[in-house]
Ligand binder design. Sequence first.
Ligand code: ADP
Ligand code: MG
Length: 728
Amino acid sequence: MSGLRFKAVEAAISRLDSIKTREKIKPSQDFGRNVFTTSKMKDYLPKNAYEELIETVDAGRSISHDLAEHISQAMKSWAIGHGATHYTHWFQPLTGATAEKHDAFFEPLPDGSAIEKFTASALVQQEPDASSFPSGGIRNTFEARGYTGWDPSSPAFIFETGGSKTLCIPTIFVSYTGEALDYKAPLLKTMNALDKAAVDVAGFFDKSVTRVFASLGIEQEYFLVDLSLFNARPDLQFTGRTLFGHMSAKGQQLEDHYFGAIPERVLAFMVDLEQEALKLGIPLKTRHNEVAPSQFECAPMFEEINLAIDHNQLLLNLMDQVALRHKFKVLIHEKPYADINGSGKHNNWSLITNTGINLLSPGKTPKNNLMFLTFFVNVIKAVHEYADLLRASIASASNDHRLGANEAPPAIISIFLGSQLNAVLDEVETARVAKKVKSENMLWHGIPKIPELQLDNTDRNRTSPFAFTGNKFEFRAVGSSANSAEPMTVLNAIVANQLIEFKSEVDKQIKKGTKKDLALLNVVRKYIKESKAIRFEGNGYSQAWEDEAQKRGLSNIKTTPKALDVYVSEKTEKLFEKLNIFNKREGEARHEILLENYFKKIQIEARVIGEIVNSLIAPAAFDYQNDLIVNVKGLKELGFKDGAYSSQLNLIERISSHINTILVDAEAMRQERKKANVLEDMRDRAIAYDEKVKPYFDKVRYHLNKLEQIVDDRKWPLPKLRELLFVR
Ligand code: ADP
Ligand code: MG
């Protein structure tokens, strides 16, 4: 009966004999080999078309039809020249995965011959049958039209799978009536809003700044598990996490995995992954072990935010693909195993000008420091004002295990600054500046000298969800499986909004006759005062912080269905409408989709638990129990006294008790599901799944793990955690 488990373990062990990496590439030479970069366009476009393209992109204008025609022909020649046979619009619907529909370049002609064809209109716009993507009721199924529209700011690339090559064109995905049905469209809108707002504020200091973009570097954590072992665990297969399993005698308590030597088989996978990533222009730079056994991390160099997010989505696809070659499965679930660390996707975010200045990097002169402080404090203030919205942006069924669950940090949004910058803000807040500044010198007394910041790991707080790390903010609470576009859309939007308000407050003071620098400082100081509650330097995982945060009035919303409420609050709707990112209908639709995702995830988990319990665990438990019964009967027959088999009797009884509790709970859970399924309102349904169905998961897990420790190992059907985590 437990044959599958042992075959899987054997297969996993035997793989250690055949470790190999595939081709060797030269990173500097092959970087971007499969990407149609601007520099390659130069070779494929007529000179004047290329010049028009550069101008258009620099000015942020949209591309004309004529130019698109040129580009489509250039793209076709390049792609076909590199062996591509098909093309696809590549987009990011709200399912969470990327989507594509392939069309062949090949087109038959009436005379029986054929040509390769690709036109401007095929490049610019397509109408995939969109009815099966989530739309939260925006797009009725009878009017299934949705458009994908080319995003020229993210270059096309060739993706290779199973020996076939496809030209992938990054696109947005919107409904027939123009509402966003994806992650990218709203992100692009916030980038514009942020650009404009930041340029306006930067103008107080430096008129040569004409463009500001958000930079993003995404650290991706993940687990690896052997493919055969994965396939022998239906819970991993269908939910991405283990729903049961007693933690092995050795977990992560020795902390000997972090930054330790990477196992050879894993390294072979990483090398392969890096090579594929580099060919696709993903600048993967770092790789290392993470804290938990079999947990790893990779991170690219930061890029412009839209590209960084496309690259992260692409990287996830690539990881899956490359892992299969190495007979691994990548787990990007936030919490694949209870009792050891989960995985995140740290979003390192900053603001960079067209003149190459990082606005979140403290400068050497007081004037530069005032610019730094301005942007720095505006971000803090934005997070303070919209902490709940940021919390909502990272809410999902899987991330709930990392935020607010029993073995996770609380879901309180706070900001860690490090002792130096805290001191700086305190100094600015309390410094006495003359009401009327007569000389420049007087003003600068109000701005402390900012010491050279340590960019190394000395001043890090791993427990903070949102930390300043020298020249960027790191949003660490983002889940490993999330599309970063969601939290980054919110972050861009709230910072843009804050900068707009800041500008208008400063302008007002200047109008009244206050000197510019003093006006800036006044508003900075006001913001420091107003946003103090969000700053926290201590241990974010402690109970003391939960208590303290409550006193400060910070929210601690532990579960997704409730965290999402803020998406449809009046304050949020106003924000998004003001910045032209979502209208009310789009906001409501998104809310609905996220709730639906949530309840479906929990529903699948509940079903898998029911099935595993009934069809795998109960039979194994009964089987072993029968062995014990036969044993006891035999001993009795041979004339042994009662005392000689009291342990067996005790085991028989414990097995009965556990399996009985499990089966009763599984059935009770099924009844709760039935009740939840008929609730009309999506929020009610999600809450019912969270509050009525989900509590059974831990109960069942508890008793099942007890059984795992009693039942004959040879009869146990599911690979154990020690096998999943330590065979590699
Ligand atoms: P850590 O010490 O947190 O591991 P690193 O400094 O190595 O951090 O950077 C982690 C990520 O942050 C990388 O992807 C890196 O490229 C990115 N990063 C560095 N500087 C910036 C920046 N100015 N803006 C955005 N991301 C950045
Ligand atoms: Mg980091």
